[in-house]
Structures are given as structure tokens and as C-alpha cells.
Design a protein around this ligand. Sequence first.
Ligand code: 6PG
Length: 477
Amino acid sequence: PLAQVGVIGLAVMGSNLARNFASHGHTVAVYNRTVAKTEAFDTEFGSTGTFIAAPTLEEFVAALERPRKVIIMVQAGKGTDAVIEQLRPLLEEGDIVVDGGNAHYEDTRRREAALRGVGLHFVGAGISGGEEGALHGPSIMPGGSRESYAALGPLLEDISAKVDGEPCCAYMGTDGAGHFVKMVHNGIEYADMQFIAEAYDLLSAAGLTAAEIAEVFREWNAGDLDSYLIEITAEVLDQVDAATGRPLVELIQDAAEQKGTGRWTVQIALELGVPVNTIAESVFARSTSGHAGLREAGRGALTGPDRTITVADRAAFVDNVRAALWSAKVVAYAQGLDQISTAARTYDWDVDLSEVARIWRGGCIIRARLLHRIRDEFAGAQLPTLLAAPSVAAELAESQDAWRGVVGVATTAGVPVPGFSAALAYYDTVRAERLPAALVQGLRDFFGAHTYQRTDRAGTFHTLWSGDRSEVDLIDA
Ligand code: 6PG
């Protein structure tokens, strides 16, 4: 019998995905460039499902039923192009090549166009949920032709996570849409984690131990903040180092690393002109943490408050931090979704934000109760921003006093909260009647004759700053 699907690349993600397909009753062809890896996979998992372990790419391709569905799970970048080059002559019109890695959506657009030109479908599919997700049910964000989704979608939906019986997999749009949505997912993931880290820092500064903070996170996880990242925060904080008996978190080096998807999110947001300051601050917070020389110089030269927060009512403070975390989280989701809808307009993708929120409810790293609400808010409604959804605006109206208070207390105590304060600055900026951008325009006109518009009449104006300071309307002139 032929295989319904094939997986190329048997590192952990590829191997787990192949096993996931098999455990759903599909016959799976597997191939790895190093044959020993294919053999090792076969030895270890061959009896757990129906696999065709192919030693060569030719045999792999011949083992697949048509239209062939080939999922590439190799290190993003040059490896993907090399595999596509080798596959291309072996495939036939209508076959579907899927890239399940964290590819840059511009690469996906390029590869999709090239393969479309030779009659093949190329699907850039974002897959989230880490190793466990790949094995037991990830969230899957596929982009590409609608035709390819008709053939491939049911298979991917089958192995995806399920929430309320619905698969966490849906068609995201043409060419790079799927990988774009996955990239923004990761950007939001960075922001979520930064906010959690700030909450931990504030509670530590207020005198709570790691174990006490773990307990706080467990309580939060029973409420509106209910999410995977909040849940595992409690577990990480509870971990005690066997050698020293101290909380492990206090022994881990405080330099956060990144593989780059958060950075991409911000780079592209800059190009699209979408303000995602919470995500940007999260990326910068990671890079600042890793700047050993800068931090050493800062520690030696800079003075300030000693990072102690004195609280009269501990429970009240904890709840204020919860409100700040919740509010900032809502802002980060609003910014990420704004970036997706801006890209959809730019690239002519038909992305449904309600569907994006729906498939993020399970399987992925940012899965959270909040996403159920976001799905509902965007269903059938054209919201210019999540923050404008009446129920969200009402809750932010209520939580903002606590949020402002926390940012204020943190600032006074010298505890950096770049995420919480960026979110608040965004909130206050977008709700402002007038912004000091007017002065920026005046300055630009002063030194560079860059012109400005007026609020009281139409035209493009310039003041003769170095002349008699009269104003000219450049359209009239
Ligand atoms: C996921 C994760 C996954 C990976 C991140 C980590 O959705 O399953 O986002 O893609 O863990 O890329 O990113 P950093 O190494 O940049 O933190």
C-alpha cells in the first residue's frame, strides 16, 4: 500500500510529526539524508504504526499516493532549498510540498512562486507546540493555494490539537500567509514571556520567594490568565536545584537567547509601519540581558533605587500585578493581530483573524483562555483593533488603575518593566485626542522644510522659518 503522507527530516520535530500521522492510522513514508537516522527511526518506532522507511529520495517519492504530500521538516534556510531542488525532478504536476519549519515568509513566497511555475503546490505551514505538540497535536497554520488545502487540510486537521472538538488548523491564505501568522505567533510568545518575567521580577522585589510566586501563578492560571505559559511558569519556579537546594530559576544565567522569529516580527513590523512596541521591547529585553559588557559597565557606573518594593497589602499588590499582566497581554495580542491584518492587505491574503485566534486556542505555545474571547470578538465583526472590542475596552478601563500603579511603583523602585510600560504607552497613545506628533512635524518643517498639514484647512504648508516666518501653502504656490 502507498503512503498518504511523507516526512523528510527525522530530527525530533519531523520524527514526532511522522509518529503523530501514524498514530492517526495513516501510512507514513519517512526519509532522512543520513540513512542511519532513517534506520534508527525504523528500529525505534517502526512497530508503533505503518511506516515506509525509504533509504533514498526516489524510493520515498515512489512510496507516496498521488497527489503526493511531502512534509519537509529540516532546519529552516539553505537546507530547505536543497531538499526542494532534489525533490522537484521526482515530483509530478499537482503534488504538494509542505515546509513545516519556521521559515521566513519571504522565502516561502519565493519558493511558492517557483514551484507554482512548474505545476507543484508549495505550502508554508507554521507548526507550533514544540516537540510534545508535534507528537500529540500541534496548532498548524498552513498557507498556499486553496486547492492544495482541499487535499492536504483534512490530513493536517486530523493530527492537530482539538479544542471543543474543533481542529487547531485552518487555511490561512495564499503563499506566505501561514508562515507569517506563525512568525507573529512567536512575536506574541516573546511578549507573553517578557510580561511573565516582569511579573516575577516585581513579586520578587516585593519579597515573595520563588515558591510563593509559583503559587501565585497557579492561582492566576485558574482565572482569566489561564494559559500554557502561565501554567509552566509555576512549574519552572517550583523547580529546586538538587545540588544546592535553591530554586533553579535563581541559578540559571540571566541572559535570554533567541533564534530569530521575534526579531523578524519586529523587522517586518517596521517595514509595514505597524506599531508592535510590546514585541519590540521583548526582543530588546532579551538582547540587553545578553550584553555582558554593557551590563557590567552599567552595574559599575549607574546608581538608583535598590529594587525593593515595600507593600502594605501583599494580596492587593499581587492582584495589581495580575491586572498589569492581563492588560499588557491584551495589548500584545492586539498589536500582533494588527500586524497580521496589515500584512494581509499588503500581500492580498484572505486572513480571517477569528480563525487565527481559533486555531491558537490549543496546541501552540501561546494557547490561552483569552483566545476564546478574541475568536468571538472577531467573528463576524470588522474590528480596527482588538482594543476596540466593547468587552475588551471595558475590562481595560477597569484594570488600568492597577496597571498604571504597577508601572509607577516599578519605576520608583528601579525595577525595569519595559513590556508593561510599552503596552501602557501604546494604550495611552492610541486613545489620545491629540499627540505631540504636531511638534515633531513643526521641527521637521523648521530644519528640513518637510512641510505639515493643518487641522483647520486643507493644503500642504511650510513656514519660512529662516525668512520672515510667514506661512506658504505649497499646493497654492
Ligand atoms: C513554537 C515555538 C517554537 C520555538 C521558538 C523558540 O511555536 O512551538 O515558538 O517555534 O520554540 O522558535 O524561539 P526562540 O528560540 O527564538 O525563543
